[in-house]
Design a protein around this ligand. Structure first.
Ligand code: SAH
Length: 263
């Protein structure tokens, strides 16, 4: 018997919320999709408006993983382009691999299109830089332990000891654990933190600034209990610093591949 023709399942990063923050490639795939599976609780539904007439659109919010894979496999048998929309970027805290394995087993080709992560959208919302010369040159994407256990060596106290930028996902209801981790690593009570709720969502984005001592109370007052990024970083607020160590790249005395030093 001839092998069944199968379409490709595209895992597309939908971006952080603003429909304009999906990639051009992601949008083109939606416009060509025969079927789309999206997580209604997290992905802005507005994005599915680009789906062509007749496209099968399903919300995965009430589906368990086996149902989702069965749906994707079935749709891939009927359509050349099947899109699974993932919030932000598919490589971060999505169930990408859990979904890909059964598709591999079923012989369904898979492709991934990256997206703008909420970490980046949160930095943009707050006009912050995660890296600054001689302040920190590293970023850690992490979370605190909820129902998903943290692997050994990854508790926040250990990671925070590096004094780098920390983007803490999935932890807005566990701010006490974020605080405890930072304190255990010796961060000062007046160390700045910023929490961004629904970064980039038109009309819904909120930014709460505080310190290790005040952030939990500020978030409580603002009523922020979900879909928020917690950022702790020695770079926060640098927009208002009077003295900034400038990047060597733009220093007039610094020669690099594209420009000769002028002094
Ligand atoms: N893959 C996604 C993350 C999914 S995990 C990404 O790359 O962004 C879900 C967590 O992401 C939430 O608990 C929250 O911490 C964060 N998040 C998702 N969308 C957000 C947004 N628009 N603003 C702030 N945080 C967001």
């Amino acid at each position: 018997m001839e092998a069944l023709p199968t379409g490709t399942v595209w895992f597309v990063g939908a971006g952080p919320g603003d429909p304009e923050l999906i990639t051009v490639k992601g949008r083109l795939l939606i416009e060509r999709a025969g079927a789309i599976l999206f997580a209604g609780s997290l992905v802005n539904e507005a994005i599915t408006r680009w789906a062509p007439p007749g496209c099968v659109v399903a919300d995965s919010k009430d589906m368990a993983l086996p149902e989702m894979t069965a749906w994707l496999v079935a749709q891939a048998r009927q359509h050349a382009v099947v899109v699974r929309l993932q919030t932000g970027d598919p490589a971060l805290y999505g169930s990408l691999i859990e979904l890909v394995q059964p598709l591999d087993a079923a012989g369904v080709p898979v492709q991934v299109v990256p997206g703008v992560s909420s970490a980046m959208a949160s930095a943009a919302a707050a006009v912050e830089s995660f890296t600054l010369p001689e302040v920190t040159q590293s970023v850690i994407f992490t979370r605190v332990e909820g129902r998903t256990p943290m692997p050994p060596g990854e508790d926040l106290a250990a990671l925070a000891a590096h004094r780098t930028t920390l983007c803490v996902f999935l932890s807005i209801t566990l701010l006490h654990k974020v605080e405890a981790g930072l304190r255990a690593a010796g961060w000062a009570e007046d160390a700045p933190l910023v929490v961004v709720h629904k970064a980039s969502w038109p009309g819904e984005e909120r930014i709460v600034r505080g310190t290790l001592a005040t952030i939990k109370q500020r978030c409580r007052e603002a009523g922020i209990v979900s879909q928020a990024m917690v950022i702790a970083s020695p770079t926060l607020g640098a927009r208002h610093w009077p003295e900034l160590i400038k990047s060597k790249l733009y220093d007039p005395s610094f020669t690099h591949r594209f420009r000769k030093a002028s002094a």
